[in-house]
Design a protein around this ligand. Structure first.
Ligand code: G4P
Length: 552
């Protein structure tokens, strides 16, 4: 691998600032407590003053924008944003992810922009479906995971059983850092297994100062004094756990194979500070990122190091109408190296043009402000009028593209046509823009109708709603009776031409003009794959290129 930049000295100011960044997301199944934990992290981080802010936003966000009516009706969170705050001398970037499974595509892409994740598990429910999917995505990049087992103030499952489930279902080793003392009404607190300190739990109390107590040795009679009813169970469990789980190994955590586990209760502020501290102490600073170099994306790879002097970044999300007063679209860019400064000129690699980054924004907990300065790990918002798409790379001139920003093959398909034929243009414009945002995937099958592809059915509802409220198009949606879409790669021109001739009826183009095969059923897909052994059929595509593997 060609890594020229590794040999050059990095600017000291960038080395210093990058080392202070921690960029992470919280992943969980809906209702496990992600919003609550987000809020408490912001509270402990001093970014908000009062509990209730994020919660309130979770419900009042709907009021700020029409199309989120859908969200209100469903009572779920479909948007995601970024919150930056300072804690213990570090700059923390918390990327929010939409909770509902229909928005997993969006969530997956957010996960490409973080260096670590906090996984929230509901201690009564254990590992749930959405957690499994999200962890699979984290695994694609070996993202380090910190686990928070939440809701210990309820009657929950045995902690040992929960750890076993995490290990067997999620295939990640657990290294418990705190261990719960009791549960439900008898939840007394946790024993910190690394420091041997006991933290006592008082429901509802905002534990902001360290009132923990050092307990030297499990046989210390002080434990009997503090927890007469729970101490036996605690001793048995801790001995078992210490015997069974390997100790925390930071190298394995950073490699994504072992997760430090904390027990607590987000709503009661318990265990939150420990999560923040773990992020600061253990989570990695902005990591190097692999990019392809050259215009054709086949010339080679290089790792872009976070403290390199030259600015680079990629767009992982586009969001419309964040603020109805602006009616704008914001491209969320993760800075990967160098430094953003207001007004800087950058190279838009995909379209080869120069772009001025005039007034990028930084997202604080409660507001968005003009960005003055951003380095690797930070997220800036760029006002976007269609020139930026998900996956686009910006540089200071270098021809490189960041890898790993995926599109997933849709599993649900609808054909869209305007109820009023004179609105065809508006429909096309609306769908093109929604497609660029990643709200839905849009394919042109050459039949005059546009084909919409989604991962979850709610995506269609949102698109219909937004087409009506933002583009004033009333559209009719018909089930397209398709089983799957696969992106295609061809070994040579000749094969491409033959394939496109023979399979013309099943061909379409995606929004970037990539060829796609539309299979009406499973058997058809299998047959076509067998018939064309040299052709690649891909269920994941990266921006600007089809991934070389993921066949079938
Ligand atoms: P989400 O973002 O992952 O979907 O979860 P959220 O934080 O909204 O939490 C889901 C529910 O779980 C909320 O209850 C919340 O109050 C509750 N919860 C979160 N953490 C804890 C905890 O540590 N202990 C207990 N007992 N409950 C917790 P809700 O009734 O749905 O909402 P609300 O009326 O409390 O806002």
């Amino acid at each position: 691998m060609n890594t020229p930049a590794e040999n050059t000295a990095f600017p000291p100011d960038l080395l210093r600032d990058v080392a202070k960044r921690r960029t992470f997301a919280i992943i969980s199944h809906p209702d496990a407590g992600k919003t609550t934990l987000t809020e408490k992290l912001l509270l402990f981080g001093g970014a908000i003053q009062m509990a209730g802010t994020v919660k309130a936003r979770k419900s009042s966000r709907h009021a700020t924008s029409d199309w989120m009516e859908v969200e209100k009706q469903r009572g779920i969170s479909v948007t995601s944003s970024v919150m930056q705050f300072e804690y213990a001398g570090q700059t923390i970037n918390l990327l929010d992810t939409p909770g509902h499974e229909d928005f997993s595509e969006d969530t997956y892409r957010v996960l490409t922009a973080v260096d670590a994740a906090v996984m929230v598990i509901d201690a009564a429910k254990g590992v749930e479906a959405q957690t499994i999917k999200l962890l699979e995505v984290c695994r694609l990049r070996n993202t380090p995971i910190i686990t928070f087992v939440n809701k210990m103030d309820r009657e929950v499952r045995e902690p040992i059983e929960l750890l076993e489930e995490i290990e067997s279902v999620l295939k990640i080793d657990c290294a418990p850092v705190t261990w719960p003392i009791g549960m439900g009404k008898a939840f007394r607190g946790v024993l910190h297994l690394l420091t041997n300190r006991v933290m006592r739990f008082t429901p509802g109390e905002e534990r902001r100062t360290d009132d923990s107590e050092l307990i030297d040795g499990l046989d210390n009679p002080r434990l009997d004094e503090l927890f007469p009813d729970e101490v036996k169970h605690l001793r048995d469990n801790v001995e078992l756990v210490r015997g069974a789980s390997p100790p925390l190994d930071l190298a394995r955590f950073l490699a994504g194979t072992q997760s430090p586990v904390f027990f607590g209760s987000g709503i009661n502020n318990f265990g939150v500070q420990e999560i923040l501290q773990a992020l600061v102490d253990w989570a990695p600073p902005p990591q190097p990122r692999e990019a392809t170099i050259g215009k054709t994306a086949v010339e080679g790879n290089r790792m872009v190091q976070a403290p390199e002097a030259s600015f680079t970044g990629f767009v992982f999300k586009i969001q419309a109408n964040m603020d109805p007063r602006h009616r704008d679209r914001i491209a969320f860019m993760r800075v990967c190296s160098g430094r953003y400064s207001p007004g800087m000129k950058v190279h838009h690699v995909r379209d080869g043009r120069e772009m001025k980054l005039g007034n990028a924004i930084t997202f604080m907990a409660n507001e968005r402000v003009a960005s003055e300065d951003a380095v690797a790990g930070d997220i800036i918002g760029i006002h976007n009028h269609g020139q930026l798409q998900i996956g686009d790379t910006l540089t200071e001139g270098e021809e490189l593209r960041f890898k790993g920003i995926p599109y997933f093959a849709p599993e649900l398909f609808n054909l869209a046509r305007p109820r009023d034929p004179f609105k065809a243009k508006q429909l096309q414009k609306g769908l093109k823009e929604l497609g660029e945002e990643g709200a839905v995937q849009v394919f042109d099958a050459g039949t005059g109708n546009l084909l919409l592809g989604a991962v979850g059915p709610l995506q269609f509802e949102i698109v219909a709603h937004r087409l009506q409220s933002e583009y004033k198009v009333d559209a009719v949606y018909d089930n397209a009776n398709l089983y799957a879409a696969r992106w295609l790669t061809f070994p040579d021109e000749n094969t491409r031409r033959r394939f496109e001739n023979q399979e013309a009826a099943r061909m379409a183009r995606d929004i970037d003009d990539n060829p796609v095969y539309l299979a009406p059923n499973r058997v058809n897909l299998q047959l076509v794959i067998e018939r064309w052994p040299d052709v690649g059929f891909h269920s994941i595509r990266e921006h600007g290129q089809v991934m070389a593997h993921a066949k079938g």
